[in-house]
Design a protein around this ligand. Structure first.
Ligand SMILES: Cc1ncc(COP(=O)(O)O)c(C=O)c1O
Length: 390
């Protein structure tokens, strides 16, 4: 079996990322077992996108540069950063977009700015803003986060209305509602999404009551791929939208915040006073621009391939893959008691370059679909699992 050509991989890892590297025909009549060199691209059933090591990152950027010379920015102005901001504004249908060093800063600055002097901000209990931003809203921005939808993926418009109406009787000294923030999909509930109907209702309620609405859309391209609702439609219900650059576009970091010009124009100053102004950001911006090309098509193909793979895995005795209720790219995976889950994980990785997360003591884990599924043909992946459990 020919080893995967790393140069070829890197060459292809831009616009069309990796078609089948190992066609099934190549496996006919021989064992599917192979020892993969460490730097060959594995199929990762975790994470939301391709993950480039430094050499791959540099070569991917070189490819982008060969196509069109990358232009640098200065403190976030001009060059690849300006081009990325233009593209993101177009995709979201917002007036303007701005590059942010992190998603945390994008969320916090957007919420703080939307809220003005009002302190209450309604968020999902399971959201990144509520649980994973080190209480920045409270400690740095003077906001009081009000969690709703306890332990759930989302809260409903009715729940939001009840919570706001209830304040009149539950609290003595009224203070204004600053904003509402919605994360979609929700990382802490295995990438489950907020239904578009509920978003529409929440947005209508907020607009009627002049309450600004922010979307933590770190992975909104994933929601769009699985729901069939465009990023632009999602964004249309919100005043501000943050999108991560590194979750699935392969950058080393960075984010983009989109919204009205009046709000976005305040950001350079706010980023600076919070210590977030970076001299050069073009490495991330150029990578994102390059990897966004054809992304939608690659996700469509990834979903198609995943459906074939999971149908195949479900025919293997002791393996079961199921979709999550309201889920996006994360699927439940059960490994029967007759199969050693640890051995399966190790063999898939070592012999076939397929990585799955460890299972719990009941053999339960998840399989996350991202574009690395395109690195092998579905039949190869199915056969790999088959041979690792037998
Ligand atoms: C849903 C969500 N929002 C925001 C962030 C923050 O992004 P960053 O790491 O760029 O601060 C993350 C990162 O894990 C996230 O998953």
């Amino acid at each position: 079996m020919p080893a995967i050509d790393r140069r070829q991989f890197l060459q292809r890892s831009g616009a069309v990322l990796l078609p089948a590297i190992l066609p099934v025909a190549a496996m006919a009549g021989q064992s599917t077992k192979q020892e993969l060199p460490a730097d060959e691209p594995p199929v990762n059933f975790f994470g939301d996108g391709a993950d480039f090591n430094p050499a791959q990152y540099i070569e991917t950027l070189q490819k982008a540069n060969a196509k069109e010379p990358i232009r640098r920015d200065f403190y976030g102005q001009g060059g690849a950063v300006a081009a990325l901001e233009k593209k993101m504004a177009e995709i979201t249908g917002k007036e303007k977009a701005i590059y942010m060093p992190t998603g945390t800063l994008a969320n916090q600055l957007a919420i703080a700015e939307l809220s003005g002097a009002n302190t209450k901000v309604f968020v999902q209990d399971m959201s990144h803003v509520y649980r994973d931003e080190a209480d920045a809203a409270q400690s740095v921005f003077g906001k009081r986060l009000m969690p709703l939808g306890m332990g759930q993926t989302y809260f409903t418009a009715a729940e939001l209305k009840d919570a706001i109406d209830g304040l009149k009787s539950k609290e003595v000294f009224a203070s204004g509602i600053g904003a509402v923030s919605i994360e979609n999909p929700v990382r802490r509930t295995d990438g489950r999404m907020v239904p578009i109907d509920e978003i529409s209702k929440i947005s209508a309620y907020c607009r009627e009551n002049k309450i600004p609405l922010h979307m933590d859309g770190a992975r909104i391209f994933m929601t769009a791929a699985w729901s069939g609702v465009s990023v632009k439609e999602y964004a249309s219900y919100f005043d501000t939208v943050y999108i991560s650059l590194y979750k699935y576009f392969g950058t080393a970091g960075g984010a983009v915040l989109c919204g009205n010009s009046s709000l976005i124009d305040k950001m350079p100053h706010l980023i600076k006073i919070h210590g977030g102004t970076v001299f050069g950001n073009w490495v991330n911006a150029a990578m994102a621009l390059h990897r966004m090309e054809g992304f939608e098509g690659r996700m469509k193909e990834s979903i198609q391939k995943a459906n074939i793979v999971f149908e195949g895995l479900n025919k293997i005795k002791g393996l079961k893959v199921t979709t999550l209720d309201g889920g996006t790219n994360i699927y439940a995976f059960e490994i029967g008691s007759g199969i050693n889950a640890g051995t399966l994980q190790q063999k898939l990785n070592k012999d076939f370059g397929i990585r799955i997360p460890p299972a719990d003591k009941n053999g339960k884990t998840t399989l996350t679909v991202n574009e690395t599924i395109l690195y092998r043909e579905p039949a190869y992946i199915i056969k790999a699992f088959e041979s690792c459990v037998s």
